[in-house]
Design a protein around this ligand. Structure first.
Ligand code: FAD
Length: 504
């Protein structure tokens, strides 16, 4: 008997039902559709992966399946390598087409996609990958990109009629025998310290942000504690595609007219643009993950210091704001943009360590998105050679953005009795003060592992003088041409050192 012909929607980082182009194409394809997600052991064992990521994915899938239940549909989840899963399915069905969203992922996912491309071809399967958000594959020139982004965001969202979608029901025995080992208990267990995955949650975050939380967005964006409420917190939902960028954009713009703080809302919308802008860079030049994007920086040597790396990773540097951020990340998976930039700055400049030793951040960020993560790491590390070098002063940032030490005291309880204005540099407490405030430096809380001022100055001298190198400039020209839509405008702007974040 000939095998039944089917199409497959292969869910990746697009875990939603609304505005889902692969689903829409599958609906139009007419054949019964198998909905598929694969937990890949190789990806799960990679150095950038953490239980928190897979828990978020697992939660997202559980939620989607609940919503699909009334339509007798289900996303079948396998725990195995993708090629094995497709090979197994091909033994039961004739796969005609596979629909998925383009993934600008890490090197491992890139290699997997290349291998799958070959396999699909060998098996006469047509693989259609749809554009993800505003990121354009095989973009010819950056000049057109802003227009393309705009046009994409303004298109109508893709809606699928779930009532009429014909889905494939796998044979129960076949599925049970082949779906792979159960996921670890930790992945399947809710941890309430982290944002919960799922399309419904994504919409809740978006709606309550636009309804009220956005009002203080610009005012609180750099504050480690207040930003947790005043920023949208949409990042994990965007990273795992629980909501499409197009829907976030359109929903925000619909509310602009009636908004009582248009500036804050537009500030937020500009970040949506940045999201795709960074991933576009990564899509165009994926070596951001592995190599200094400005090759001239290969000449700078940074000997690995495991003691520093451990202290930084565990929040034991003796610099309270750095330690508070790291401990908070371990527990919740989130700190705001400025604190992320400051953590990287402390690592690469004060501790003089290579950004490639920073895999722990990818594991700690619940919203880990390779396309934003690696270009940001390099930008903050000064290895692009075109961005203003920002060596954040952690003490100044601490005093400015956590003046009452609410954030620090929450995450570094050793300092809870120290008066707020003294918390930022506890090693300056006298012995009497240390006794008075129950915090003996060197015993309860460490001395700073480096002299913050001296290391800052030293790093600054090295990197700014290195920036004058001819090779840095030649590479810089190349980078601007490739990744910036208006390189000449960028150069004139960069002549002025600004205090604000810059995006290129
Ligand atoms: C070293 C470093 C690593 C980073 N790694 C990641 C990462 O892995 N994943 C990730 O989503 N973001 C990353 N960011 C960017 C940024 O810090 C987060 O997107 C933001 O803090 C998420 O919080 P939010 O959703 O409340 O953002 P909001 O301020 O509410 O912004 C809305 C959305 O815009 C996008 N966005 C905001 N700021 C930026 C930015 N500076 N660059 C690019 N997109 C932005 C995000 O998708 C975000 O969800 C990184 C920043 C730095 C400095």
């Amino acid at each position: 008997m000939p095998k039944q012909e089917i199409n497959i929607v292969w869910f990746k980082r697009d875990l939603r039902l609304l505005d889902h182009e692969p689903l829409k194409l599958a609906e139009e394809g007419g054949l019964p559709v198998l909905l598929l997600y694969v937990f890949e052991p190789s990806m799960m064992a990679h150095h950038d992966s953490d239980v928190r990521h897979w828990r978020f994915v697992h939660e997202s899938l559980i939620e989607l399946n609940k919503r699909l239940e009334p339509y007798q549909a289900e996303i079948y989840t396998f725990h195995s390598e993708v090629i094995n899963v497709f090979s197994l399915i091909e033994t039961q069905y004739k796969i005609k087409q596979v629909f998925s969203s383009q993934e600008s992922g890490n090197g491992l996912s890139y290699e997997r996609d290349k291998a799958m491309g070959v396999w699909f071809k060998q098996n006469n399967i047509d693989w259609k990958e749809c554009q993800t958000n505003g990121v354009v594959r095989r973009l010819k020139s950056r000049k057109q990109w802003p227009m393309l982004w705009d046009a994409y965001m303004k298109e109508s969202p893709k809606k699928v009629e779930l009532e009429t979608l014909k889905t494939v029901q796998l044979d129960c025995d076949f599925y049970t025998q082949n779906k792979g080992l159960p996921l670890d208990e930790e992945i399947r267990t809710r941890n309430k310290n982290f944002q919960e995955g799922g399309e419904t949650w994504a919409w809740k975050y978006l709606q309550n942000f636009i309804k009220e939380r956005y009002f203080n967005y610009s005012k609180h964006i750099s504050k480690p504690e207040l930003s947790r409420r005043s920023c949208s917190r949409l990042s994990p939902y965007l990273s795992y595609g629980n909501i499409s960028m197009r829907m976030v954009y359109q929903y925000s713009m619909q509310h602009l007219e009636s908004s009582s703080n248009k500036r804050a809302l537009l500030n937020f919308v500009s970040r949506l643009h940045w999201h795709c802008h960074f991933i576009q860079k990564f899509e165009d030049e994926c070596r951001y993950e592995f190599e200094n994007i400005n090759r001239a920086f290969d000449q700078i040597e940074k000997p690995k210091n495991d003691v520093y790396i451990q202290a930084w990773t565990n929040g034991q540097t003796g610099v309270p704001i750095v330690d508070a951020c790291m401990r908070c990340l371990h527990e919740t998976g989130y700190v705001n943009f400025r604190m992320r930039a400051m953590l990287v700055s402390f690592f690469v400049f004060n501790l003089w360590q290579d950004w490639r030793e920073l895999h722990v951040l990818a594991r700690l960020f619940l919203d880990y998105e390779p396309g934003i993560h690696y270009p940001q790491l390099q930008m903050q590390s000064g290895t692009t050679g075109v961005n203003t070098i920002r060596i954040y002063n952690p003490i100044k940032n601490s005093e400015e953005h956590d003046p009452d030490a609410v954030f620090i005291k929450k995450w570094v309880p050793e300092l809870k009795d120290v008066p707020s204005h003294m918390v930022h540099e506890p090693h300056k407490l006298t012995l009497i003060e240390q006794s008075l405030y129950n915090c003996h430096i060197g015993e309860h809380y460490p001395y700073p592992i480096v002299n913050v001022d001296e290391t800052r100055k030293k790093a600054s001298d090295i990197v700014w003088s290195f920036r004058k190198n001819k090779e840095v400039k030649i590479e810089g020209e190349r980078i601007l041409k490739k990744h910036v839509s208006n390189p000449s405008g960028f150069k004139s702007k960069k002549l002025v050192k600004t205090k604000n974040e810059n995006i290129s």
